[in-house]
Ligand binder design. Structure first.
Ligand code: FAD
Ligand code: 2HG
Ligand code: ZN
Length: 469
């Protein structure tokens, strides 16, 4: 019997797609790449995932797991062979349990992030992971990419928010690790192998995640800043003044904000002449009045010190949401503008200003007039240092001529300044050829050994993250 027929028998024909328009599964979010699947399967539960994995292993067919398909490194779509099974977790989106005393929530992997946030909120608690894609990305995808987002400064990456995992291994066994324990030293920390593995070691089917008390009050401000080094000094100033109350610190250069104003005029930046803007968020367990006074004091001292030139404090939840919406729309505005080169990098915060000065100049020397869409999570040392064609140069001409050279230039500088070529989006297939040039060779060897040992047939999202040959 063919694999497709066996999968149909297992899942029902409605849940094995191989005809019609499969572009939603086969094309990546940026529409840069399109693969072709043997078929798309949508299992209903963990047992079915395990059976699919066993069938695929018996047919030596590889599997690409997919959540919301919002990944930015071409890791969640099939390759062009037409031989891979695309396994979508979209039918597995139940909130399984909320334990308010243990401050934890257990959800299936296909749960959309926003639904988890809402479930936590309805229980009077906070699930802090927060991304621009939260309306469609899934917990399984967040865990598999170890997603970051805008609250990492206070709550950490997705890895730091995970207490336990249920995973279907490459052999189709179910690892039942859904513990809600905060302490467990009974051997290797297996969950941390699967987190950030981008589906190359197994399929995450459910997770137990940490919840937090909701802050009593949250205040958001947009601050106009003359230069990036002032943004870095403002960050230190906020750390000193606010400690753990500082929950967000995002930077945006004016060019990135101008793209938002151009394509989404309702989200135009209130400081169109400021070279940089900082979006900062303060959360407090005390009263609204206390937090507001703190923020006002902070901003007036920042202005006295010359770190900020202007500021707006959002005086309602709606206005705060509007400011966050501006920041979170940069990716969409870039997509509306056309293709560009994404560099999702991290550096020690203390070296960011120099890195940007030197690299901006080197890029201008290589491609005069090149435009930098520079924004990101400065509080985490993570910049989205994206590069766009000079005005009047079509994006595809620019990419064809310069993408490789620009990537090499940027990554060499990242290496020079002690950074990482992927801070949060991962490696996928986009950077799989590049990783060996920038990662410690022993780390690569150990990664290969882990991959071969957990997935000896190389059927779990092969040729993503690490190449075996
Ligand atoms: P997918 O794109 O479907 O998959 C991502 C990877 O995980 C693939 O390799 C896939 O094979 C694997 N995978 C998916 N589900 C599973 C599973 N259940 N088991 C095993 N492997 C699996 N990322 C950030 O880190 N921070 C941001 O601030 C951020 N903002 C974004 C804003 C926008 C507008 C967009 C489009 C993307 C953004 N991203 C961000 C990137 C993306 O949303 C994240 O990487 C997200 O975690 C991907 O989740 P997903 O469900 O869409 O995963
Ligand atoms: C963000 O922080 C995302 O908004 C996307 O990580 C970054 O579009 C990008 O380059
Ligand atoms: Zn980001």
């Amino acid at each position: 019997m063919s694999l497709i027929t066996e999968l149909q028998t297992l899942l029902g024909t409605a849940h094995v797609l191989f005809e019609g328009d499969l572009s939603a599964y086969e094309e990546d979010w940026r529409k840069r790449s399109r693969g072709r699947a043997l078929c798309v399967v949508t299992p209903a539960n963990t047992q079915e995932v395990a059976e699919v994995v066993k069938l695929c292993a018996a047919h030596q067919t590889s599997i690409v797991p997919q959540g919301g398909n919002t990944g930015l490194v071409v890791g969640s779509i099939p390759d062009e062979s037409g031989q891979q099974v695309l396994l979508s977790l979209k039918r597995m989106r139940a909130i399984q349990a909320i334990d308010t005393e243990n401050l934890s929530i257990t959800v299936q992997a296909g749960c959309v992030l926003q639904e988890v946030q809402e479930a936590a909120s309805q229980a009077g608690l906070l699930f802090p992971l927060s991304l621009g894609s939260q309306g469609s990305c899934t917990i399984g995808g967040n865990l598999s990419t170890n997603a970051g987002g805008t609250q990492v400064l206070r709550y950490g990456n997705t890895r730091d928010l995970c207490l336990g995992l249920e995973v279907v291994s490459a052999s189709g066994e179910i690892y039942a690790g859904l513990s809600g324990l905060r302490k467990d030293n009974t051997g290797y920390d297996l969950k941390n192998l699967f987190i950030g593995a981008e589906g190359t070691l197994g399929i995450i089917t459910a997770a137990t995640l940490k919840l937090y008390p909701k802050p009593q009050s949250t205040w958001t401000a947009l601050v106009a800043v003359h230069a990036l080094d002032n943004c870095v000094s403002l960050l230190s100033h906020c750390h000193q003044a606010l400690g753990a109350q500082l929950t967000g610190f995002e930077v945006m250069n004016q060019f990135s904000l101008s793209l938002v104003s151009k394509h989404l005029p309702q989200l135009a930046c209130p400081f169109p002449n400021s070279p940089w803007c900082v979006l900062l968020e303060l959360s407090d367990s005390e009263s609204q009045a206390h937090a507001s006074e703190q923020l006002e004091n902070l901003l007036s001292s920042a202005m006295e010190l010359g770190l900020a030139s202007n500021a707006i404090i959002a005086d309602s939840l709606q206005k705060a949401k509007h400011l966050w919406h501006i920041r979170e729309s940069i990716t969409m505005a870039q997509a509306m503008e056309g293709l560009n080169i994404k560099n999702d990098i991290s550096l020690p915060v203390s070296r960011i200003t120099e890195f940007v000065r030197i690299t901006d100049q080197a890029l201008q020397d290589l491609v005069p007039g090149v435009q930098l869409v520079n924004f990101g999570h400065l509080g985490d040392g993570n910049l989205h240092y994206n590069v766009q064609s000079p005005p009047n140069t079509p994006a595809h001409v620019f990419l064809d001529s310069f993408e490789d050279q620009i990537n090499t230039l940027v990554y060499q500088k990242v290496k020079l300044y002690g950074g990482s070529i992927s801070a949060e989006h991962g490696i996928g297939s986009l950077k799989v050829q590049t990783l060996p040039d920038y990662k410690d060779p022993v780390a690569l060897k150990l990664m290969r050994q882990i991959k071969v040992s957990l997935d000896p047939l190389n059927t779990m999202n092969p040729n993503r993250v690490i190449l075996l040959h």
